[in-house]
Design a protein around this ligand. Structure first.
Ligand SMILES: Nc1ncnc2c1ncn2[C@@H]1O[C@H](COP(=O)(O)OP(=O)(O)OP(=O)(O)O)[C@@H](O)[C@H]1O
Ligand SMILES: [Mg+2]
Length: 428
């Protein structure tokens, strides 16, 4: 009997092995198929989002077409369209309507920005002029004299930055930028490019703050495509984590992760002084007051000398523009009166309209962005004082105009405290 059983087992074994083998093979096949499926899906998603996001060549073709037809002209046109010395490199775009590419222009490195489609330039509201105005390049019209163009620029700037004593000086700045080939004369195609560029908040800011250290330089333009100085480090701090992982990381840990891989404290102090100087530049600057409506780490970077550079000026808006938008806005609660990410006014419940005064000055927002950044690793002898100053800065309320004295006192104290600590180091 035992012998019979063992021979039965002998017969069954190859069958078992065979079944197990084909099961393994099936499993292997299934998993390989799954891996191929998932990776091709990922590749497809990546590719389609890349083609959706990165349409720089479409942008270039439209611009060069207009240039060749003589509609537009500018300092970057012949390099981009004729000589091919202005190259579009890596695509950095985060939104399809705002094309951002690294660029090389002869020996210079820059960033090329270009707008496409008739999507609105600003997703902040409808207060800014739509893309169509620029795409058509229909202003100024043929026959417009230089004097008339000057008047157009003057009234446009007056509308944007408000009535300023030295507005004529700003008009002259705009005209000197518009004269792309520096022949002392502004041709109609140059004027059309300049007009299209003036509709872009970022370019307006670059012209207004052109001599300021913390604003990237406007290197050239063609139509409403423009080249700016490249900022080496494009965020003050923060690390990006895949979104799936992001969901699992506790808030506290995520906040402290933001401060990983930042430079040494003296360098952070130097960068922070730069941000405080930028606050000074934009408010009470030579051509009016501007409000920083998105003071997040991603909008400010720095170069290898640790000088702060603004990366994205699209959300630094003239105070007059904000007042204008808010005046017309209906509201039920204060949260209905937010512009951009963090320019807030209050809701006047009697009129159900937003008021026009911002509740927080730029400085308070800058201090909020700098708090964890500066306190982490701060030298023990100034930590307490620094913390105290940062908190009183964050507590500033109202517009800078309303509490001028307090505002400048806090700003100067902070700058002095940081400067004293780093002035003797090689990082300063
Ligand atoms: N002058 C510059 N130097 C270097 N990188 C830049 C410069 N300007 C923009 N960038 C980078 O280009 C990328 C795209 O910029 P963009 O402002 O279009 O998108 P974003 O900041 O991610 O989104 P958002 O639309 O909210 O501003 C960003 O990663 C930004 O850091
Ligand atoms: Mg941006």
């Amino acid at each position: 009997m035992a012998r019979g059983l063992s021979s039965w087992a002998w017969l069954k074994k190859p069958y078992c092995i065979q079944a197990r083998f084909s099961y393994l093979r099936m499993k292997y096949l299934f998993f390989s198929w799954l891996a191929v499926f998932i990776s091709s899906w990922v590749l497809y998603v990546q590719y389609s989002s890349y083609t959706e996001l990165c349409r720089g060549h479409e942008c270039k073709n439209t611009i060069c077409d207009k240039y060749r037809k003589g509609v537009i002209d500018g300092s970057a046109c012949s390099s981009l369209c004729d000589k091919g010395t202005l190259y579009m490199g890596k695509c950095l775009s985060a939104k399809p309507n705002n094309q951002v590419y690294t660029g090389s222009w002869g020996d210079l490195e820059g960033v090329i920005k270009c707008q496409i489609d008739d999507i609105l330039h600003y997703n902040l509201g409808t207060e800014m002029e739509p893309r169509k105005e620029a795409v058509l390049f229909d202003k100024p019209t043929r026959g417009t004299s230089v004097e008339k163009f000057k008047e157009m620029v003057f009234s446009h700037l007056k509308e944007k930055v408000g009535e300023q004593a030295n507005l004529q000086e700003l008009v002259s700045h705009v005209l000197s930028v518009a004269d792309g080939n520096k022949d002392g004369h502004i041709s109609l195609p140059e004027a059309k490019s300049a007009w299209a560029l003036l509709q872009l908040n970022e370019v307006l800011l670059m012209i207004v703050l052109q001599d300021k250290e913390h604003t990237p330089r406007l290197m050239g333009f063609c139509g409403d495509l423009y080249v700016t100085e490249k900022v080496q480090y494009t965020s003050l701090y923060g690390i990006s984590v895949p979104w799936l992982l992001e969901l699992w990381i506790p808030r506290g840990l995520r906040r402290s992760m933001e401060q990983w891989f930042t430079p040494s404290w003296p360098r952070k102090a130097k960068i922070s002084i730069g941000l405080l100087e930028f606050v000074e530049d934009v408010f009470h600057g030579p051509f009016g007051n501007f409000l920083m409506c998105d003071v997040s780490a991603a909008n400010f970077g720095y170069n290898d000398k640790h000088d702060l550079k603004a990366v994205d000026l699209r959300r630094v808006v003239p105070e007059t523009v904000l007042r204008h938008v808010m005046r017309d806005r209906r509201c039920e609660v204060d949260d209905d009166c937010i512009y951009g990410a963090d320019c807030q006014t209050s809701c006047d419940l009697t009129k159900r309209r937003c008021t026009t005064e911002v509740v927080q000055p730029n400085l308070a927002k800058a201090c909020r962005a700098l708090k964890d950044y500066l306190l982490r690793g701060a030298p023990s002898e100034i930590r307490e004082e620094l913390e105290k100053q940062l908190y009183s800065c964050m507590a500033l309320k109202g517009s800078a105009d309303q509490m001028e004295m307090e505002h400048s006192l806090i700003l100067n104290n902070l700058k002095t405290l940081l400067w004293k600590k780093i002035s003797h180091t090689k990082d300063s």
